[in-house]
Design a protein around this ligand. Structure first.
Ligand SMILES: Nc1ncnc2c1ncn2[C@@H]1O[C@H](COP(=O)(O)OP(=O)(O)O)[C@@H](O)[C@H]1O
Ligand SMILES: [Mg+2]
Length: 308
């Protein structure tokens, strides 16, 4: 059964349509990824679910109960980790946890247990008495996660929790969320990093300009592509002539280290494309065939790269 159901949700800001008829069904135990570029509407949807924003129309159903009427009690069943870190930076980690625990009306004895449990989960026990303003971006993120799940919610909404986070903290966040998910919690995770979504999520929805443009497992999404592989050409000092010869075979999109080729004729097998590239004297060591990714799915659906 769906634990969270978003039905026909519309939300606009002064005429700008931020959510354009969103329908999503999230099942208990899912690690659900909401993937989309900046400005797609991810945070707006999160804010509508938690009730900080009122939808123009549509329904949000949690555990079979319509919560779109802004009945704030239901917030106690949701853990919300906002995109912007919200902590008392002049106070210590433990003081923050006690204050946030108070908001949830957790009885003192239980709160003490919960605090030690979340501190253990986010690996901040040793820093619990330190003032938050001296924490790194990653540590603040982890504490932000900790305060959001003090009340042990069944469903946890994480809005881009790895932005401006060092790699070590990023991995700690992944581990923590994976652990929570394994223990049965439902996770809704927004990101504009497709590698994260690929790695973490069992279900995905791609959002663009306020619309869900594709939904399913990673395999479902890759199956939308005609080609399950892409030809990549490693960047190297190359003459303009060579580039224009390649462009006769396919369009090039550019990433940091590679060009990705989208053949003009998508029915041509890769072996033939490889031969054509060899014929124009493209050094073969620059050529690579790689499994299609969510990035390719997004490119295919929108004509744009997600990172743009
Ligand atoms: N409070 C607001 N007032 C006006 N426009 C907003 C507000 N919040 C978001 N928007 C607009 O709604 C769109 C979606 O924004 P947002 O949900 O923050 O996207 P994302 O989280 O995917 O980056 C953007 O065009 C943004 O500028
Ligand atoms: Mg956002």
């Amino acid at each position: 059964m769906a634990i969270l159901e978003i039905q026909d949700v519309l939300k606009s800001f002064n005429g700008l349509i931020a959510l354009n008829n969103i329908n999503i069904s999230i099942h208990k135990g899912d690690f659900f990824g909401l993937l989309g570029p900046n400005g797609a509407g991810k945070s707006t949807l999160m804010n509508c679910i938690i009730g900080y924003l009122k939808t123009d129309s549509g329904k949000i159903i949690l555990d079979g109960k319509d919560i779109s009427g802004l009945d704030l009690n239901y917030r106690l069943h949701i853990g919300y980790v906002p995109q912007e870190i919200a902590l008392y930076t002049e106070l210590s980690a433990i003081q923050n946890l006690k204050i946030f625990g108070g908001f949830y009306n957790i009885p003192p004895k239980q709160l003490t247990e919960r605090i030690s449990s979340v501190l253990n989960l986010v690996q901040l026990e040793e820093r619990k008495s330190d003032i938050v303003k001296n924490f790194s971006g990653g540590m603040k993120r982890r504490l932000n996660l900790a305060v959001s799940i003090l009340h042990d919610p069944e469903i946890i909404l994480c809005d881009e929790p790895t932005v401006e986070v060092d790699p070590q903290s990023r991995n700690a966040i992944f581990d923590m969320l994976a652990k929570l998910n394994k223990s049965g919690k439902t996770i809704v995770y927004t990101t504009h990093y497709m590698e994260e979504a690929e790695k973490l999520c069992n279900k995905l929805a791609i959002i663009d300009y306020g619309k869900i443009i594709a939904e399913g497992s990673l395999t479902d999404l890759i199956d939308l592509l005609k080609k399950k592989e892409t030809i990549k050409i490693r960047k190297a000092p190359a003459s303009d002539d060579l580039i224009s010869s390649i462009k006769k075979i396919g369009d090039l999109t550019e990433t940091d280290f590679y060009y990705e080729m989208i053949p003009h004729d998508s029915t041509k097998p890769n072996s033939q494309l490889f031969r054509e590239l060899e014929d124009i004297q493209l050094p073969s060591h620059l050529l690579e065939l790689s499994r299609a990714s969510l990035e390719d799915v997004f490119l295919n659906l929108t004509g744009r790269r997600l990172r743009d």
